[in-house]
Design a binder for this molecule. Structure first.
Ligand code: FAD
Length: 293
């Protein structure tokens, strides 16, 4: 049984480096452990949240009144059989890509610059450069207190940075359907995508990736925020990136409240200037929300 820890600071587990403690924290390493923890939480009426690499979450500074899970061990393992790659929900995109390339399989190159786990990728339907999880996912095994489901992308309701998953539903395993391809060509594609990424985004700073979803059609969220003159705008230790205005950087000592205040300001200004209500892409964990426009 995995150890239940009290008051673990979640700032250690988010890429922006902010966030308060979890009431309880555990790292299940197998399906049996995961099921046991979920049953226990259900029995005690405790909410459950799962985090991957924390690369698209903003955790409340006061913490989360929940059991927070981070998958490891067998739940982060990767294996390949024919053209199917199976990965535990806690496996990183980087590990999957590496294993796929070693097996001469292609299809995951788009995820090379997405610093997350496959569980987080399914939950967010993460994507880049014209592809996303929905395009390569065969099925995902979803475990909750009561049941285990094997769901296809359509059943998961995957759409642009969206899934129908709710807290307490854990992506325990993912099966990708890939295609045979030249490993050298895959390597070259990844190098090109990473170079493009480096040239346009603050890849060396502490951020949580895209703050807002791009509104349908027209200008992206970053362009809209930039037009409002907010590049470099700062609240406390958080600032809107000079490199890409849809990123918030932790410039030193930032809190989640600082980042949230920047988000509220960007959203208000874009609303006033363009009449567009930006929807946040980053997931909020704990008692945290944006003020209504
Ligand atoms: C520099 C940078 C660049 C980025 N570029 C991109 C990009 O190009 N495209 C893109 O889509 N995203 C991008 N992101 C955002 C982020 O990397 C993705 O959304 C990623 O898929 C999140 O994975 P994660 O494991 O870190 O999930 P987390 O951030 O830990 O969690 C995100 C959500 O998924 C849920 N979750 C996590 N694991 C599980 C699980 N096993 N079961 C159920 N729910 C789970 C969490 O509860 C939360 O709601 C970027 C982030 C950074 C920091």
């Amino acid at each position: 049984m995995s150890e239940l820890l009290e008051g673990v600071a979640l700032s250690r587990f988010t890429t922006i480096g902010t966030g308060g403690p979890a009431r309880l924290f555990a790292r299940p390493g197998s399906l049996a452990e995961l099921r046991e923890l979920l049953r226990r939480a259900e029995g005690e009426g405790l909410a459950v949240e799962t985090i991957g690499l924390g690369s698209n979450v903003l955790v409340a500074d006061e913490g989360i009144d929940a059991l927070v899970l981070r998958l490891g061990g067998e739940l982060a393992a990767v294996s390949v059989e024919g053209e199917m790659l199976s990965a535990g929900g806690g496996a990183t995109n980087a590990t999957c890509l590496h294993r796929a390339r070693a097996a001469g399989l292609r299809g995951l190159e788009f995820a090379s610059a997405i610093p997350g786990t496959v569980g987080g990728g399914v939950c967010m339907n993460a994507g880049a450069y014209g592809s996303d999880f929905a395009a390569v996912l065969a099925e995902a095994t979803i475990v909750s207190g009561a049941e285990t489901l094997r769901l296809t992308p359509a059943e998961l309701e995957l759409a642009y940075r969206h899934s129908g998953l709710v807290p307490g539903q854990v992506v325990a395993e993912v099966r990708f359907r890939l295609a045979p391809g030249d490993p050298q060509a895959a390597k070259a594609e990844v190098a090109e995508l990473l170079a493009r990424r480096k040239a346009s985004q603050p890849t060396t700073k502490r951020t949580f990736g895209s703050v807002f979803k791009n509104p349908p059609g027209g200008a992206g969220a970053g362009e809209l925020i930039e037009h409002c003159g907010l590049k470099g705008f700062r609240v406390g230790g958080a600032l809107i990136s000079m490199r890409h205005a849809n990123f918030i950087e932790n410039a030193g000592g930032a809190t989640s409240a600082d980042a949230l205040a920047l988000m509220a300001e960007a959203r208000r200004r874009v609303w006033e200037r363009f009449g567009l209500a930006l929807e946040h892409e980053v997931r909020f964990l704990g008692p945290i929300d944006l003020a209504p426009l």
